[in-house]
Design a protein around this ligand. Sequence first.
Ligand code: GTP
Length: 204
Amino acid sequence: MLKAKLVVLGLENCGKTALCVRYITKRFIGEYEHKREVTYRCKKIVDKEAVELEILDTNNKECVGSAACSLESSIRWGEGFLIMYSVTDRSSFEAVSGLKRLIDHVKQTLGVPTVIVANKCDMENGRVVRTEEGQALAADLRSRFFELSVAEDSASVEAVVTQLLREVRQELQRHLLAMDKRPRMQQMRHALKNKLTRSKTMQW
Ligand SMILES: Nc1nc2c(ncn2[C@@H]2O[C@H](COP(=O)(O)OP(=O)(O)OP(=O)(O)O)[C@@H](O)[C@H]2O)c(=O)[nH]1
């Protein structure tokens, strides 16, 4: 069974808790008492495979100082990342790049499974971030982009998490393949070293 640890990041009020609750229960609950980080655990079937899932709903107001420290430890823990912003809040959009940079910095590797989610697209009247801006940013950050409304569209929430889980699975497979290749590489290096030493001896 695949085990996956996902982290939901984003400035306050962009809909992180709403997304987690929507994914797990399929319900949208208007208001949430959310003062600290919460980890949700659930089991799902994704692409006909059972997945044991932990989803960390972060709670970082500013992403600076001690908040950034706790965010770093959450990122170290995670395997897949969902960076959220609200189309009605430009500051939440502007925080996305910094969060992606933090993930890359903490993980010290490129290609960390990450999706970018623009939320609250049902609030067209209050929109201050255009869809194209989100698409361009996601392309810049080499991440997939989704625009949705957690309030109105449960299927899109499911699609986002499923996509992220697929990326986590691919990354895991790549990692296992690399681990598998390592002993063979070591044997080859050893054989090559032996050969070089022998040929050196023969020269002498
Ligand atoms: N209209 C609309 N409102 C939404 C949507 N998603 C979330 N909200 C509302 O936005 C507010 C914030 O949602 P939360 O899920 O608490 O946001 P959060 O990012 O977890 O916020 P913090 O806990 O402060 O970090 C709540 O009032 C939600 O009901 C959406 O898709 N559309």
